[in-house]
Design a protein around this ligand. Structure first.
Ligand code: HEM
Length: 141
């Protein structure tokens, strides 16, 4: 077979590009650390959210959030915190508070320069936890 033909066959059967995880696409561990830092600065200064964290160790919270977000974005990190429904149960967190929180995340992701498609995917994943956080389990919610 002519070398040119062999090269053409190789080009045609080239392996598909390796799919990067969301964790990799946002920039890996360092980027997540910066993102969580920025995000919690916004959450903790929002008058509508701040009171919820009055008795919380912010260092531990940031550490747990770092793990949680890394794992939720398919990163190589395990979340070692408590189940979300357990942590948030009985705190009076409503859909309104959840919306404030997610809006801060949206602003943070956009300000970090993450592209719209990845931003939508991240927000979509985080929204799946809404019922666990607000304690809504019924269909009428
Ligand atoms: C999808 C959205 C949310 C996620 C993924 C999330 C995740 C987490 C995680 C991973 C922790 C640490 C758990 C641990 O220490 O074991 C935590 C703690 C906490 N979260 Fe959330 N959270 C969300 C929304 C909210 C909202 C909307 C509020 C309040 C309005 C809230 C209030 C708190 C508080 C007060 C703590 C600290 C509890 C403590 O002091 O032990 N979270 N959250």
């Amino acid at each position: 077979m002519k070398p040119l033909l062999i090269r053409q066959i190789f080009t045609m059967v080239k392996m598909p590009e390796k799919q990067h995880t969301l964790f990799e696409r946002v920039g890996g561990e360092q980027a997540i650390a910066e993102l969580i830092h920025d995000f919690y600065d916004r959450v903790l200064t929002d008058p509508g959210l701040k009171p919820f964290f009055k008795h919380t160790s912010i260092d531990k919270l940031r550490r747990m959030q770092h793990e949680f977000f890394s794992a939720a974005l398919d990163g190589p990190i395990t979340y070692t915190g408590r189940p979300l429904s357990h942590v948030h149960h009985g705190r009076g967190i409503t859909k309104h508070h959840f919306a404030l929180y997610v809006n801060h995340l949206l602003d943070t992701l956009r300000d970090c320069g993450i592209n719209d498609q990845d931003v939508n995917e991240i927000i979509g994943r985080i929204n799946t936890y809404a019922d666990e956080i607000t304690g809504d389990t019924g269909p009428t919610g």
